[in-house]
Design a protein around this ligand. Structure first.
Ligand code: LMR
Length: 460
């Protein structure tokens, strides 16, 4: 009965990994999917984190020697999982004791509360006034899909406007959710920066009430974000036209270029932290565009993912929050979200959300997490610089400064699909056909290989 089917193409992002896996070349390099990979390193974040009471012991037992190019399980996650050889910690015991009953349709209550605080800020007026409803979903994609289906069912407008370009899965998610996908100008290939004028013109022309999809920070695939001033103009325009913002927040805290300050905190007279000022600074700063839309009292949706910033890709942990005008509306929205979720997957999985809740709740784990975030962000920034320097050293034609100007996990190189095919064919370098490379998949050792390939592709 299915013989009439034609073979569907592989996913443009996840299919890159399939092709990479089939390649026997020892020099192959996967820069397709946005997933963090390690440099050869000992992850001794303990060097900047001294605890005379118990954390030294914890760290000395769990520090890892990283092999190059391997997926990273964050220390906070490893510790919590209890799968390293660390002394049993209270949270490991909690983990083992936890039962495997069904969760409520809305997921782990603590996870939802803490996720809302992470994105909106603990002092958010919307949280304090109980105007936010948050439901645990299957990572960013699942949160977008639940939000999309909720809008298709209950919102008066079916049009959703996506930036051009956007993450390849966005149009599919929203189309299948029942919305009509439109686009607005976002990226200017000539400058490899934001087409702010085009963006404002297009948003100015959309029908009142339309849904506008916005990347909260570290735009995927371009790595180009509006400045705070531009965000403010976008916000005013959106509100003046009663448009409904729907944020995708997949990279909170990971990849902004923040300097950090060292300060010494005497905590309970037993601990001295050499504390990254970066910590909550980045988490807060990356959430700023979302928070400014909450501060103006208006409604919005936001999909959060913990794939990148907690390395929980395969655990599928995310949250959808909807900020409403009143607590009463928020509770009605939640009741309707449950009707979307129940027939879709009934209720979400326990494991990943419990890890996230534990990390967000425990101040020690939270601090450790921010240190690991900074390590990941720094490594990616260093890859940007190294790649830029390598192209400069080779005299590769073109202005490659966008490599260091763009932010986040990706560089939108400007290479065309023909050049990408050439690099895959001749150099075994795998990336999406739009020229996006995942900087997180690169290491100091592989930068020269990539630079050689880019040089050959643009000079051939
Ligand atoms: C990406 O853009 O590479 C990631 O968001 C992974 C995915 O699911 O596409």
């Amino acid at each position: 009965v299915f013989a009439h089917l034609v073979r569907a193409p592989e996913d443009p992002i996840l299919g890159v990994t399939l092709a990479y896996n089939k390649d026997p070349s020892p020099v192959k390099l996967n820069l397709g999917v946005g997933a963090y990979r390690t440099e050869v390193t000992m992850l001794f974040s303990v060097f900047c984190y001294v605890d005379y009471r118990r954390l030294c012991e914890r760290y000395s037992l769990c520090c890892l020697v990283h092999q190059e190019g391997k997926p990273l399980v964050l220390n906070v996650v490893r510790l919590w999982n209890g799968n390293s050889s660390v002394t049993p910690l209270s949270f490991c015991i909690i983990c083992r004791a936890r039962n495997k009953e069904y969760l409520p349709i809305t997921g782990v209550a603590d996870f939802n509360k803490l996720s809302a605080q992470l994105i909106f800020g603990a002092d958010s007026p919307a949280i304090q006034e109980s105007r936010v409803t948050t439901v645990q979903c299957l990572s960013g994609t699942g949160s977008l899909r639940v939000g999309g289906e909720f809008l298709a069912k209950h919102y008066h407008q079916r049009n959703i406007y996506l930036p051009q370009p956007t993450w390849g899965n966005h149009p599919k998610v929203f189309t299948l959710a029942g919305l009509t996908v439109q686009t607005y100008r976002y990226y200017a290939p000539a400058t490899r920066g934001l087409d702010f004028q085009g963006l404002m013109e297009d948003l100015g022309a959309v029908p009142s009430g339309s849904v506008i999809m916005l990347h909260a920070c570290a735009h995927n695939p371009t790595g180009v974000d509006p400045t705070p001033e531009q965000w403010e103009e976008i916000r005013k325009l959106i509100r003046s036209k009663a448009l409904l913002p729907f944020f995708d927040s997949a990279y909170q805290a990971m990849f902004c270029l923040h300097f950090f300050a060292l300060s010494i905190v005497d905590h309970e007279h037993t601990r001295i932290y050499l504390h990254y000022g970066f910590a909550s600074g980045s988490l807060d700063k990356d959430a700023q565009p979302v928070r400014s839309f909450v501060a103006d009292g208006g409604e919005l949706l936001v999909a959060q993912s913990y794939a990148k910033n907690m390395g929980l890709y395969g655990e599928r942990v995310g949250a959808l929050s909807i900020v409403c005008k009143s607590a009463d509306v928020a509770s009605k929205v939640e009741s309707q979200l449950k009707l979307v979720i129940r027939p879709m997957y009934s209720n979400p999985p326990i494991h990943g959300a419990t890890i996230v809740a534990a990390v967000l709740k425990d101040s020690d784990l939270f601090n450790e997490w921010t240190i690991e975030l900074k390590e990941m962000a720094d490594r990616i920034i260093s890859m940007r610089q190294q790649l830029f320097d390598a192209l400069h050293a080779r005299g590769t034609p073109g202005d490659w400064s966008h490599i260091i100007k763009q932010i986040g996990m990706f560089t939108f190189t400007g290479l065309n699909s023909e050049q990408v095919s050439f690099m895959t064919r001749e150099y075994h370098i795998y990336m999406t056909s739009d020229g996006r490379i995942s900087m997180a998949g690169l290491s100091s050792k592989t930068v020269p290989h990539l630079a050689d390939a880019i040089h050959a592709a643009v000079t051939k």
